[in-house]
Design a protein around this ligand. Structure first.
Ligand code: SAH
Ligand code: SF4
Length: 351
């Protein structure tokens, strides 16, 4: 018996579980798990007793507690319970042309961005590699049942992936090497942890980098993204420019438009200047701020979001308005708090 969970186990762990069996069994089970997305019980090539041994020795890490499906049926939010009782969420999005899963990297988040429901709830713990990979596998299984193939993963659920680098990177490698996802279809979204971005620059797989910028000057960014005080905008931009140069991958900036706060003409001006100064051919994703219980300001109107996009475009910055998904099931960006009571944490944000 091993202590590890099903999608945390390495091939060596699996070999231990399968001790006494012919060697080809390891490959057989591994392919069942990662290529055919099967439960051990479904692995018809295995004798029944062996299926049971695999299932028992390698238990799942996530217990499905609740599943909410949006009106159109094209967004599914899962609420999972971890073995220690902590809740996390995953969102599966079915677009006409692609299927994307948005995964959590931590239970909660320590970064304290006041406008984000995860930040409002505070940090609970890091997720393990197995807990991250399992979110992808179980969403992919559901997509498969709908005759769709999951090909895109975004680390935009709960948590800050670059604050849990080791587990996140091992999960990325498992997705790439074993689930067969292209690195170009995996996106790590960060609030701007500069050393983490630098480490990514040195890694082999060219994943997409998304940076949640939200403000183009330190004075404003300090107030809405507390970690900006540690990693100010110029340092962040230099790390992004280096990533772009080394990887040749486009960088995207996420910008949640907050009414009267970061949607002014001057904000568009500053952002365009910033991109020019660092020669950053970035792509800006605009989204109106989604409502969360602990933040008093509102998202910009749809009309203002479009105006802001046009302002950026006229200044030579590529920008798109991101389709907002799942607001009716609290599955949209920044709304993931796993049903936890969310308290107002302005003092933390203002630190
Ligand atoms: N911690 C990482 C990844 C998770 S957050 C990060 O911050 O990048 C995923 C995205 O949702 C980020 O771009 C984040 O800034 C954005 N977001 C957070 N709260 C939001 C809200 N209330 N409305 C819209 N977007 C929000
Ligand atoms: Fe954490 Fe990202 Fe939310 Fe900030 S926006 S609190 S970094 S999850």
């Amino acid at each position: 018996m091993t202590e590890t969970t099903r999608y945390h186990a390495t091939r060596e762990d699996l070999a231990t579980v399968l001790v006494g069996e012919p060697r080809y069994r390891v490959d057989q089970v591994w392919r069942g798990l990662y290529e055919r997305l099967e439960d051990p019980e479904e692995m018809s090539a295995l004798p029944k007793a062996l299926r049971a041994r695999v299932a028992e020795s390698l238990p799942l890490a996530l217990t499905e507690e609740l599943r909410r499906v949006s009106d159109g049926g094209d967004t599914v939010k899962y609420l999972w319970r971890l073995h220690d009782g902590r809740p996390i969420e995953t969102v599966l999005m079915l677009y006409p042309d692609r299927v994307t899963v948005c995964v959590s990297s931590q239970a909660g988040c320590a970064m304290g961005c006041g406008f984000c429901a995860t930040g409002q709830a505070g940090f609970s713990r890091h997720l393990t590699t197995g807990e991250i990979v399992e979110q992808v596998v179980r969403a992919a299984r559901d997509a498969k049942r709908m005759d769709r193939r999951l090909a895109n993963v975004v680390f935009m659920g709960m948590g800050e992936p670059l604050a849990n680098e080791g587990a996140v990177w091992a999960a990325v490698e498992r997705m790439h090497d074993d689930l067969g996802l292209s690195a170009r279809h995996i996106t790590i979204s960060t609030i701007g942890i500069v050393p983490g971005i630098r480490h990514l620059t040195g890694r082999q797989l060219p994943v997409n980098l998304a940076v949640s910028l939200h403000a183009a000057n330190d004075e404003l960014r300090d107030t809405i993204v507390p970690i900006n005080k540690r990693y100010p905008i110029d340092d962040l931009m230099r790390a992004c420019a280096d990533y772009l140069q080394v990887k040749g991958r486009r960088i995207s900036f996420e910008w949640a438009l907050i009414d009267g706060v970061n949607d002014r003409d001057s904000d568009a001006d500053e952002l365009a200047k910033l991109c020019r100064r660092f020669r950053l051919a970035a792509h800006v994703n605009l989204i109106p701020l989604n409502p969360t219980p602990g933040w008093p300001t509102r998202g910009s109107s749809a009309a203002r979001v479009r105006e802001f996009r046009d302002l950026l475009e006229r200044r030579g910055v590529n920008a798109t308005v991101r389709r907002n998904r799942g607001t009716d099931i609290d599955a949209a960006c920044g709304q993931l708090a796993a049903g936890q009571p969310v308290a107002l944490t302005r003092s933390r944000a203002a630190r």
